[in-house]
Design a protein around this ligand. Structure first.
Ligand code: NDP
Length: 455
């Protein structure tokens, strides 16, 4: 895949970038390693000062950064602006809390003194996707850098300007040269980079295929990985739910980022007693969404990031339809305009054996299912190879408790939208990946948890 900025709203190639040569990659790894030797000894207060400055730069130039994101991957500009602000938030969160999260933990044993000490590992490789091109990088970089690691970023090939802008932010914030670097390389270079002795661990957000490929390469070198992969998260609405709130949240949960979010609600599992009304209101809201130029602040639904995403999504939709699923709205790419536009789509009445059973629909397509009771709702929700973030709606305490304990997911949100929050761990189970980002757990992923025992 060429490294290039291609406007998804028009299909126009705006800028192409030459991938780094082997010698340039070597130069960057060498710089990163040299930077680590010094950087690991900087006090938390110094790192926090730089991290807070990064937050300030993000906020100061938020419009410019938001426009780069929208230009390269098509998210509606209002979402891009919110994304920049969220990056500032995660910088400040770890600037404030890292010293506490990584403080020595005393343990009472047969030693005269024993404790756990958290030490940085070294160079951490981040392989990141295009869908939240700033947020996904910052939620890795803020804890990793505060822990004293240094970061190298291999960003998705369609967001090179985002990748370069992020490197620029950390430099301008005062972090020493080499502490955070962007490597403009294709995915074919990732296995060699993780195999390099200087690189200690890696994190990847993206597709299952990419995750497997990185994990295999890393495991050959006995190196740790954190993987945040796909999902097909359930949104369960039971009889007692506040229907207005559930419908509005359902639309937001499915349409966030033009539907291209790993934690977007994708399967709507409705109790039969409220299903007709939910479906009707949901359909009206889908049909009222404004689709168009993502730079326009009024736009709800912009283009998908690449023609490949449209093709993959439409392939799944057409397979469902061919097998007998019913289309309530949308259902095929918009051919009346350039760009990668796909309409808000609702599918229902699935016979067994469609892609709705086991695939991720990465775009603005909602899958509706009807169930008779909570047992069937939980069984349907869990009947998927993924487990990222489940949303469930009920006001009955017993049902709530069952949903919290029985849903197979990295997170359960009751009566709310599944979202990431710097203060809470984020990640999946099953084929959605392993490891956690954010919260105290996130900063512990890339450190040596060193046991110290002194007689
Ligand atoms: P990819 O998983 O291919 O891309 C994500 C990142 O991984 C990019 O930096 C990419 O680089 C890199 N990558 C791709 N293949 C490899 C590999 N073999 N080894 C190492 N790195 C690799 O996502 P796509 O853009 O192709 O999207 C495909 C599907 O992935 C989507 O439809 C969706 O289902 C899922 N996805 C999920 C995301 C999530 O948030 N969980 C985010 C994005 C996609 P390069 O761009 O150079 O190929």
């Amino acid at each position: 895949m060429a490294i290039a900025t291609i406007n998804p709203a028009t299909g126009e190639t705006l800028q192409t970038f030459t991938p780094l040569t082997e010698a340039e990659i070597e130069g960057k790894l060498d710089l990163a390693q040299k930077a680590f030797v010094e950087y690991r000894n900087t006090p938390f207060a110094q790192r926090a000062e730089w991290m807070n400055e990064a937050a300030r730069i993000l906020e100061r130039d938020r419009d410019r950064f938001a426009k780069i994101m929208t230009l390269e991957m098509g998210k509606p500009i209002k979402g891009a602006i919110a994304e920049v602000d969220k990056c500032a938030l995660v910088c400040r969160y770890y600037a404030e809390r890292a010293a506490e999260f990584l403080a020595d933990v005393p343990a009472s044993t047969d030693a005269s003194s024993s404790f756990v000490k958290y030490e940085p590992l070294g160079i951490i490789l981040a392989v990141m996707p295009w869908n939240f091109p700033f947020w996904q990088v910052f939620r890795f970089a803020a804890p990793a850098l505060m822990a004293g690691n240094v970061g190298i970023l291999k960003h998705a090939s369609n967001v090179p300007q985002c990748a370069l802008a992020i490197e620029e932010i950390f430099k301008a914030a005062g972090f020493p040269a080499g502490v955070f670097q962007t490597l403009l390389v294709g995915s074919d270079k990732v296995a060699a980079i993780i195999a390099d002795d200087r690189v200690k661990a890696a994190t990847l957000t993206g597709s299952e295929a990419a995750g497997i490929s990185l994990a295999v390469a890393a495991s050959k070198q006995i190196k740790k990985t954190v993987l945040e992969l796909g999902g097909s998260d359930p949104f369960i609405v039971l009889e007692s739910a506040d229907l207005s709130a559930a419908v509005s949240t359902a639309v937001a949960a499915r349409m966030l980022n033009n539907g291209q979010s790993c934690i977007a609600a994708k399967r709507f599992i409705l109790h039969s007693s409220i299903a007709d009304e939910f479906e009707q209101r949901f359909l009206e809201k889908f049909q009222a969404l404004k689709i168009g130029d993502p730079m326009n602040p009024e736009t709800d639904l912009g283009p998908l990031a690449t023609p490949g995403i449209v093709q993959d999504l439409d392939g799944l939709v057409q397979t469902c339809i061919a097998k007998g699923a019913k289309v309530l709205t949308g259902g095929k790419p918009l051919s009346d305009r350039p760009g990668n536009f796909y309409p808000a789509t609702i599918l229902t009445d699935f016979p067994p054996g469609t892609p709705a059973d086991n695939e991720e629909f990465f775009g603005p397509v909602a899958l509706l299912f009807r169930v008779a009771d909570i047992d069937e709702a939980i069984a349907r929700a869990n009947a998927i190879p993924f487990g990222l973030g489940a949303s469930a709606w009920t006001t009955v305490e017993k049902e709530r408790d069952r949903l919290i304990s029985e849903l197979e997911a990295g997170a359960v949100f009751i009566n709310g939208l599944v979202k990431s929050d710097p203060r809470l761990p984020f990640g999946g189970i099953k084929r959605s990946g392993y490891g956690r980002e954010l919260g105290v757990q996130g900063i512990h992923e890339f450190v040596n948890i060193k046991t110290v025992w002194v007689k």
